[in-house]
Design a protein around this ligand. Sequence first.
Ligand code: HEC
Length: 146
Amino acid sequence: MIKLALAGALSASLVLGAAIAAPGTSDSVVDQREKRFEASGADIQAIFKTHLKAGDVAAIEAAAGRMADWAEEMPSYFPAGSDSEGAKPEIWQNFSDFEEKAAANANAARHLQAVSGQGNMADVVAAAKALGGTCKACHTSYRNKK
Ligand code: HEC
C-alpha cells in the first residue's frame, strides 16, 4: 500500500512537473501556450482587417516581431505529456517535423517584420499571406479545432 501511494505521488508530481515546466507564471503550460496562440490570432487578424488597409506598417512590424518571438519558443511549450484537447498526439510522434513547422513560422514572421520596415506594400501583403500559410500548415497536421 505504501509503495502504491508513493508511486501515485511520484507520477502525480511528474505530471505536475510537465505542466509547470515552461517559464513564466504559475499557469499550466497548456494555458500559457493557448494565451500565446490567442495573441498571435489577434495579431494576424488585426494585420488583415486593420493594419494593411490603414497602411500601418509600424503596427505590422511590431505584430510580426511578437509572432516571431512566440514561434521561436513554441516547441518548448509542448513538453512530452502536455496533451490537451487542441493538440494532436501526432505532435509528439513527429516532434522534429513540428519543430520545423514552428521554425518556418518564425522565419515567415521575421521576413514580414523585415519587409514592413522597408515600406513596399506589395511585399508586405505577400509576406503576411505567406505567414498565414505557415500557421495553417501546422494547424492542418497538429491542431484539433475545439
Ligand atoms: C508548429 C505548429 C503551429 C504553428 C506554426 C502555429 N500554431 Fe496555432 N496552434 C497549434 C497547436 C498545436 C494548437 C493547439 C494548442 C493546444 O490547445 O494545446 C494551436 C492553437 C492555436 C489557437 C487557439 C488557441 C486556444 O485558445 O486554444 C490559435 C488562435 C492559433 N493557434 C493561432 C495561430 C496563428 C495565428 C499562427 C501563426 C501566426 C499559429 N497559430 C501558428 C500549432 C501551431
